[in-house]
Design a protein around this ligand. Structure first.
Ligand code: LHQ
Length: 276
């Protein structure tokens, strides 16, 4: 495990396009451009990046929760942002936008050494849908829907969508979603295995926050290792995966939390995990 987490920093309060809050071991990052359905612009990308740096550095943070404010989760790229809107004079290099902003974000979420919970509070379209799919435990309100909107504007699924979609729902359904761009309601998303759980809208934040808080109180080194093992499976052979499990179990077995977990089990009491 790479060394991490040096000094605690106070929560960043000066963001304009996101809200960022740390409480009870959980960092909550709320996409906050509700009048634009929380679509991504360059400023929001910059602020998310700064918040993610804080998540990695702050030793108090042991789980991340991502959600959106207002009626949408995220409508993907802000199509009116000058950085990506088709120019009058010359075509835009959209690959550059992925390289600079979306790809690093998706990699950061997947590699983050803590569970990432997502509360999809409304429509999730384009890169917004695929941001959710890159998280580890996705809850969605019953009124939420997932739209691979790219095909409607001549683009291809990005932000890891072409990777996560077939992994989660299989090729046939991935093709249908990506080629047709139909809205997939949250309930069906759960039935198809695209997300963890669909819950009533008014229960969404309660359930997602409770899950994030429970994870933050858990043996978080072990949970991060679980995440690494599961994420590796898609590109691994059984032989390599068994070797990885062996390596990760070795690391997990030396944690104080493993000792505490076994002691608590044998002592018939609740464990008190410290995340180390
Ligand atoms: C928006 C947007 C939006 C700006 C709603 N932008 N204003 C990566 C790299 C580089 C370039 C391109 O893209 C990417 C990745 C991507 O994410 S591509 C996919 C981009 N996203 C979309 O194509 C989705 C576009 N939005 C929609 O299809 C609908 O708005 C959805 C289905 C999300 C919601 O529909 P409704 O609930 O009917 O809301 P609405 O359409 O009426 O939108 C409300 C307002 O939000 C409206 O503005 P207005 O001023 O009329 O109230 C929309 O224009 C604005 N809005 N999405 N992505």
């Amino acid at each position: 495990m790479p060394a991490k987490k040096t000094a605690a920093k106070p929560p960043q309060a000066s963001f304009k396009t996101i809200l960022f809050d740390v409480a009870g071991g959980v960092a909550t990052l709320t996409l906050n451009r509700p009048d634009k359905l929380n679509s991504f612009n360059t400023e929001m990308h910059g602020e998310i990046r700064a918040a993610m740096k804080q998540v990695k550095r702050d030793p108090r943070i042991r789980a991340l929760l991502i959600t959106g404010s207002g009626r949408a989760f995220c409508a993907g790229q802000d199509l009116s942002d000058r950085a990506v809107a088709p120019g009058k004079d010359k075509p835009r290099d959209l690959g550059e936008s992925l390289e600079k902003y979306y790809n690093p974000l998706i990699r950061t979420l997947r590699e983050l050494e803590m569970p990432v919970v997502c509360a999809v509070n409304g429509v999730a379209a384009g890169a917004g849908a695929n941001l959710a799919l890159a998280c580890d435990l996705v809850f969605a309100g019953r009124s939420a829907r997932f739209i691979q909107a790219f095909c409607k504007i001549g683009l291809v699924p990005d932000s890891g969508g072409s990777y996560h979609l077939p992994l989660l729902v299989g090729r046939a359904r991935a093709m249908g979603l990506a080629l047709l761009g139909d809205a997939l309601p949250a309930e069906q998303a759960e039935e198809w295995g695209l997300i963890w759980k669909c819950v009533d809208d008014d229960a969404l934040m309660r359930e997602a926050t409770a899950a994030a808080q429970a994870l933050a109180k858990g043996p978080t080194v072990g949970l991060a290792l679980i995440k690494r093992a599961i994420n590796s499976a898609a590109t691994s052979t059984l032989k390599d995966q068994l070797a990885l499990e062996q390596d990760l179990q070795r690391v997990a077995g030396y944690t104080a939390d493993y000792q505490e977990g076994v002691a608590a089990f044998l002592g018939k009491r609740a464990p008190k995990y410290k995340g180390r």
